[in-house]
Design a protein. Structure first.
Length: 156
Protein backbone atom coordinates (compact mmCIF):
# COMPACT_ATOMS: atom_id res chain seq x y z
CA UNK A 1 0.00 0.00 0.00
CA UNK A 2 1.56 3.37 -0.99
CA UNK A 3 2.14 6.01 1.69
CA UNK A 4 -0.72 8.39 2.31
CA UNK A 5 0.05 11.78 0.74
CA UNK A 6 -1.68 15.10 0.88
CA UNK A 7 -0.55 17.93 -1.33
CA UNK A 8 0.20 21.39 0.01
CA UNK A 9 0.60 24.16 -2.49
CA UNK A 10 2.97 27.03 -1.75
CA UNK A 11 0.16 29.41 -2.77
CA UNK A 12 -1.46 28.44 0.55
CA UNK A 13 1.29 30.36 2.35
CA UNK A 14 1.11 34.10 2.84
CA UNK A 15 4.70 34.89 1.81
CA UNK A 16 5.49 36.18 -1.66
CA UNK A 17 9.15 35.04 -1.66
CA UNK A 18 11.12 32.95 0.81
CA UNK A 19 14.13 35.01 2.03
CA UNK A 20 17.44 33.13 2.27
CA UNK A 21 19.77 36.10 2.79
CA UNK A 22 19.04 39.83 2.44
CA UNK A 23 19.96 39.61 -1.26
CA UNK A 24 18.81 36.05 -2.12
CA UNK A 25 15.28 34.68 -2.03
CA UNK A 26 13.40 31.84 -3.69
CA UNK A 27 9.87 31.63 -5.00
CA UNK A 28 7.66 29.35 -2.84
CA UNK A 29 6.29 27.80 -6.05
CA UNK A 30 9.71 26.14 -6.46
CA UNK A 31 8.95 24.02 -3.37
CA UNK A 32 6.93 20.82 -3.47
CA UNK A 33 5.53 19.71 -0.13
CA UNK A 34 3.84 16.38 0.49
CA UNK A 35 2.59 14.95 3.76
CA UNK A 36 3.46 11.37 4.63
CA UNK A 37 2.93 9.15 7.64
CA UNK A 38 5.63 9.53 10.26
CA UNK A 39 7.53 6.54 11.57
CA UNK A 40 7.95 5.63 15.22
CA UNK A 41 5.53 5.51 18.14
CA UNK A 42 2.27 7.38 17.89
CA UNK A 43 -0.39 5.30 19.58
CA UNK A 44 -3.78 5.08 17.97
CA UNK A 45 -3.14 8.03 15.62
CA UNK A 46 0.01 6.73 13.93
CA UNK A 47 -1.76 4.99 11.03
CA UNK A 48 -4.40 7.68 10.53
CA UNK A 49 -2.57 11.01 10.43
CA UNK A 50 -0.02 12.07 7.79
CA UNK A 51 1.91 14.55 9.90
CA UNK A 52 5.43 14.11 8.50
CA UNK A 53 6.50 16.46 5.72
CA UNK A 54 8.63 15.72 2.68
CA UNK A 55 9.85 18.95 1.09
CA UNK A 56 11.39 18.85 -2.38
CA UNK A 57 13.35 21.72 -3.94
CA UNK A 58 14.67 21.43 -7.51
CA UNK A 59 18.14 22.83 -6.90
CA UNK A 60 19.50 22.07 -10.38
CA UNK A 61 16.74 23.96 -12.22
CA UNK A 62 16.13 26.82 -9.79
CA UNK A 63 16.22 30.20 -11.58
CA UNK A 64 16.62 32.03 -8.26
CA UNK A 65 20.12 30.77 -7.45
CA UNK A 66 23.49 31.36 -9.09
CA UNK A 67 25.48 28.39 -10.46
CA UNK A 68 28.19 28.85 -7.81
CA UNK A 69 25.61 28.81 -5.00
CA UNK A 70 23.97 25.71 -6.54
CA UNK A 71 27.31 23.89 -6.57
CA UNK A 72 28.05 24.77 -2.92
CA UNK A 73 24.49 23.80 -1.89
CA UNK A 74 24.78 20.46 -3.71
CA UNK A 75 28.02 19.74 -1.85
CA UNK A 76 26.42 20.67 1.50
CA UNK A 77 23.21 18.71 0.82
CA UNK A 78 25.09 15.42 0.54
CA UNK A 79 22.67 12.46 0.80
CA UNK A 80 19.65 14.80 0.68
CA UNK A 81 20.38 15.46 -3.01
CA UNK A 82 18.82 13.10 -5.57
CA UNK A 83 20.40 12.16 -8.89
CA UNK A 84 17.96 14.54 -10.62
CA UNK A 85 19.32 17.45 -8.60
CA UNK A 86 16.43 17.76 -6.11
CA UNK A 87 17.00 18.42 -2.42
CA UNK A 88 14.65 16.23 -0.35
CA UNK A 89 14.11 17.17 3.30
CA UNK A 90 11.91 15.02 5.53
CA UNK A 91 10.64 16.53 8.77
CA UNK A 92 8.84 14.50 11.41
CA UNK A 93 10.09 16.03 14.67
CA UNK A 94 6.70 17.50 15.58
CA UNK A 95 3.20 16.06 15.89
CA UNK A 96 1.50 18.56 13.57
CA UNK A 97 1.76 19.18 9.84
CA UNK A 98 2.19 22.92 10.25
CA UNK A 99 5.17 22.67 12.61
CA UNK A 100 6.78 19.97 10.47
CA UNK A 101 6.30 22.06 7.31
CA UNK A 102 7.85 25.10 9.01
CA UNK A 103 10.72 22.91 10.27
CA UNK A 104 11.41 21.54 6.76
CA UNK A 105 11.35 25.02 5.20
CA UNK A 106 13.63 26.34 7.97
CA UNK A 107 16.11 23.51 7.32
CA UNK A 108 16.12 24.27 3.59
CA UNK A 109 16.68 27.98 4.28
CA UNK A 110 19.52 27.07 6.68
CA UNK A 111 21.16 24.86 4.03
CA UNK A 112 20.91 27.54 1.33
CA UNK A 113 22.11 30.29 3.71
CA UNK A 114 25.19 28.21 4.54
CA UNK A 115 25.83 27.71 0.81
CA UNK A 116 25.43 31.45 0.18
CA UNK A 117 28.63 32.17 2.13
CA UNK A 118 31.49 31.92 -0.38
CA UNK A 119 34.53 29.97 0.84
CA UNK A 120 37.48 32.01 2.06
CA UNK A 121 40.25 31.83 -0.56
CA UNK A 122 43.44 30.15 0.58
CA UNK A 123 46.45 32.40 0.56
CA UNK A 124 49.67 30.57 -0.29
CA UNK A 125 52.34 31.10 2.36
CA UNK A 126 56.02 30.12 2.58
CA UNK A 127 57.93 29.30 5.75
CA UNK A 128 60.41 31.98 6.81
CA UNK A 129 64.15 31.39 6.60
CA UNK A 130 64.44 31.44 10.41
CA UNK A 131 61.74 28.76 10.79
CA UNK A 132 63.52 26.57 8.21
CA UNK A 133 66.80 26.93 10.12
CA UNK A 134 65.13 26.11 13.47
CA UNK A 135 63.59 22.99 11.90
CA UNK A 136 66.94 21.80 10.52
CA UNK A 137 68.67 22.44 13.87
CA UNK A 138 66.03 20.34 15.68
CA UNK A 139 66.43 17.56 13.11
CA UNK A 140 70.23 17.56 13.56
CA UNK A 141 69.88 17.52 17.35
CA UNK A 142 67.34 14.65 17.23
CA UNK A 143 69.57 12.70 14.84
CA UNK A 144 72.47 13.10 17.30
CA UNK A 145 70.36 11.69 20.15
CA UNK A 146 69.40 8.68 18.04
CA UNK A 147 73.01 8.11 16.96
CA UNK A 148 74.01 7.79 20.63
CA UNK A 149 71.51 4.95 21.06
CA UNK A 150 73.11 2.67 18.45
CA UNK A 151 75.05 -0.29 19.90
CA UNK A 152 78.65 -0.37 18.64
CA UNK A 153 80.78 -3.49 18.82
CA UNK A 154 83.86 -3.14 21.08
CA UNK A 155 87.09 -2.46 19.24
CA UNK A 156 89.23 -4.66 21.52
Amino acid sequence: MPPHRLAWTPEDSAIARLPITPSISIDPSELTVSFIRASGPGGQNVNKVASAVQLRFDLANSPSLSPALKARAARLAGAKLTTEGEVVITADRHRTQGLNRDDAVARLVELLAAAAVPPKPRRATRPTLASKQRRLERKTQRGGVKKLRTARPDME
